[in-house]
Write a protein that binds this ligand. Structure first.
Ligand SMILES: NC(=O)c1ccc[n+]([C@@H]2O[C@H](COP(=O)([O-])OP(=O)(O)OC[C@H]3O[C@@H](n4cnc5c(N)ncnc54)[C@H](OP(=O)(O)O)[C@@H]3O)[C@@H](O)[C@H]2O)c1
Length: 321
């Protein structure tokens, strides 16, 4: 495993996303929640993964409970990151909900507490006031944000009067917006970008096509519309070519590309221990500059239909099911 050292922490370049744990929308079923998820965490620890990402909203707290149970006896090896769902993030509510996460996780502190989304209505001074109190009492060690723009991330730091060490954002070869400012800023300022959906929810594994699209939560993801799966073909070909060169899989190449960026770590979810093992191994896959450039070119040429343009097709697909 390769580690990223920045902002005073040491994180495995590949972490583990735990949204899948117990979440009905992923459709992995009871045995996944009861058994496989625990085995995934156990194997992750064996392979040197220390970063585990969950949230109070995932499976309404069940993800935190599953992760907490799986980490019993291994607390010192894990860097636990969880998130506050900021519906009304007034300082006392941030504090109360942060403490509730500790109870579900069965720990006396979490390493990183993140605001899951920006809340533009409640002043950042309130939100970060809650964070500061959690830090002061030792309930959380570090503060992070998620889905924040760069100006808002910096404003959060000013409001906290201390470092907001990370911003967790969607980042992959199919979602490159963080390249504009978040990734360069983090690299230059000793901060960390935590890349979520680094496999574009499985699209970049090359496993899905027009005749075989996933269901569940991914019915809401425009990338899995038939038109976009067609458009993704050249990018998937570029991933397969690089993968063949390394005796790897397209998913591993997609992850290796993300974590090649300075101060970026990725937190892929996994539907099996085998996937987790593959993902962990991607930390040691060294892409060449040429491969990186070819993947970038293929990514630049990928123009999926998104946003308002994709909405009618997404609705149609939902109703067809
Ligand atoms: N902060 C936020 O707003 C936010 C939003 C989304 C996610 N997240 C976090 O980021 C984590 C990861 O994001 P994500 O789950 O959306 O997307 P992802 O990691 O890009 O995709 C995960 C899915 O890809 C497939 N997969 C994983 N490893 C694979 C492999 N080696 N080969 C082939 N397929 C593989 C699995 O699905 P199948 O096997 O079923 O295809 C898995 O469930 C989440 O667990 C969560 O912790 C945060």
């Amino acid at each position: 495993m390769r580690y990223v050292e920045a902002a005073g922490v040491r994180l495995s370049a590949i972490g583990l996303g735990c949204w899948q744990f117990g979440a009905k929308e992923w459709g992995y079923g009871r045995s996944y929640a009861d058994d496989e998820a625990g085995r995934i965490v156990e194997r992750a620890l064996e392979l040197g993964i220390n970063l585990f990402d969950t949230a109070e909203v995932y499976a309404r707290g069940e993800s935190e409970r599953i992760l907490g149970r799986a980490l019993v006896g291994h607390r010192a090896e894990a860097f636990i990151a969880t998130k506050h769902l900021p519906l009304l993030p007034l300082a006392p509510i941030v504090v109360r909900r942060g403490r509730a996460s500790l109870v579900r996780l069965g720990v006396d502190h979490v390493d990183l507490y993140q605001l899951h989304w920006p809340n533009p209505v409640v002043p950042l001074s309130q939100q970060m006031g809650g964070m500061r109190e959690l830090q002061r009492s030792g309930a959380i060690t570090h503060v992070g944000v998620s889905n924040f723009s760069l100006p808002r991330w910096r404003a959060a730091e000013r409001a906290l009067r201390g470092p907001v060490i990370s911003n967790q954002v969607q980042y992959s070869l199919a979602a490159r917006k963080p390249d504009i400012d978040l990734v360069p800023w983090a690299a230059a300022n000793d901060r960390i970008v935590i890349a979520y959906s680094p496999l574009a929810q499985g699209l970049l594994s090359g496993r899905y096509d027009e005749t075989n699209a996933p269901s569940g939560v991914r019915l809401n993801n425009a990338l899995f519309l038939a038109d976009n799966l067609r458009r993704a073909a050249p990018l998937l070909t570029a991933l397969r070519e690089a993968a063949a060169h390394h005796g790897a899989t397209p998913a591993q190449v997609a992850l290796a590309w993300v974590i090649r960026r300075r101060n970026v770590v990725a937190i892929p979810g996994a539907s099996s221990v085998a996937q987790l093992e593959q993902n962990a191994a991607a930390a040691d896959l060294d892409l060449t500059d040429d491969e990186d450039a070819r993947l970038l070119a293929a990514s630049d040429a990928f123009h999926p239909v998104r946003g308002a343009a994709a909405a009618p097709k997404l609705l149609e697909r939902r109703f067809r099911r």
